[in-house]
Design a protein around this ligand. Structure first.
Ligand SMILES: CC(C)(COP(=O)(O)OP(=O)(O)OC[C@H]1O[C@@H](n2cnc3c(N)ncnc32)[C@H](O)[C@@H]1OP(=O)(O)O)[C@@H](O)C(=O)NCCC(=O)NCCS
Length: 185
């Protein structure tokens, strides 16, 4: 198993986006291309690949799980390529800087046959740690599909506020996690 972290602007293999499409977009009936986000080149990405077994012959490594984290400049509200509106993270709407630098997790996905084996947790932890090192990130934010809430809770994230519907995707809950105390580096 290889865990790869790509800093902003570093190249990503096509298979990274294939996994995103298969797990997060195809099930919604969204077209190819909708898995690409406008700010992917500004995000930190992490993915896990497996070396194929000898019995399967030689070949490229198989990517099985992906995720990304990015700095939140405003309040986090965004319209993404499938036409869904992600609402603001209310605590970030105030002028207080106590929560910043703030970062957002998006596009976490593990191929169905590899789920429940701890791969996404490894990716999430690597994204959190890299965001702390690279951006000095203090808090993390995300909008979780309801099915994914137990996964994020196991990884130390907390839901807050009311559930809401994200157009074309379904019910979501906002979650957050403190990544770093105020006076630590
Ligand atoms: C959510 C998702 C990324 C989790 O990936 P995964 O690789 O299966 O997660 P992990 O195996 O690393 O899970 C870590 C822990 O959370 C638990 N967990 C994961 N998904 C869970 C679920 N739906 N319900 C309950 N527990 C869950 C695991 O059992 C594991 O627990 P453990 O540490 O006690 O063994 C994956 O289910 C997925 O791709 N879902 C479809 C796409 C999606 O909804 N993405 C999130 C969008 S917000």
């Amino acid at each position: 198993m290889n865990l790869i972290v790509a800093l902003p602007g570093e190249p990503l293999p096509k298979e990274y986006f294939d996994v995103r499409f298969e797990v997060l977009r195809k099930p919604l009936g969204s077209p190819r291309g909708s898995e690409l986000l406008n700010d992917d080149d500004k995000a930190i990405h992490a993915y896990i690949s497996l070396t194929p077994a000898l019995s399967e012959g030689e070949g490229a490594e198989k990517i099985i799980a992906v995720g990304r984290i990015a700095l939140i400049a405003g309040d986090g509200s965004v319209k993404d390529p499938v036409g869904s509106n992600c609402p603001a993270f209310e605590p970030l709407s105030s002028s207080s800087s106590d929560l910043r630098p703030a970062v957002q997790i998006r596009q976490m996905g593990t191929l169905p046959e590899f789920q429940g084996k701890g791969f996404a947790a490894k990716i999430l932890f690597a994204l959190e740690e890299t965001a702390k090192q690279h951006w000095n990130a203090r808090t993390g934010w995300l909008q979780a599909r309801l099915n994914a809430i137990p996964f994020y809770e196991k990884c130390g994230w907390t839901s807050y506020g009311e559930e809401y519907d994200v157009n074309k995707v379904g019910a979501h809950s906002s979650m957050w996690k403190k990544l770093r105390e105020r006076n630590t580096q």
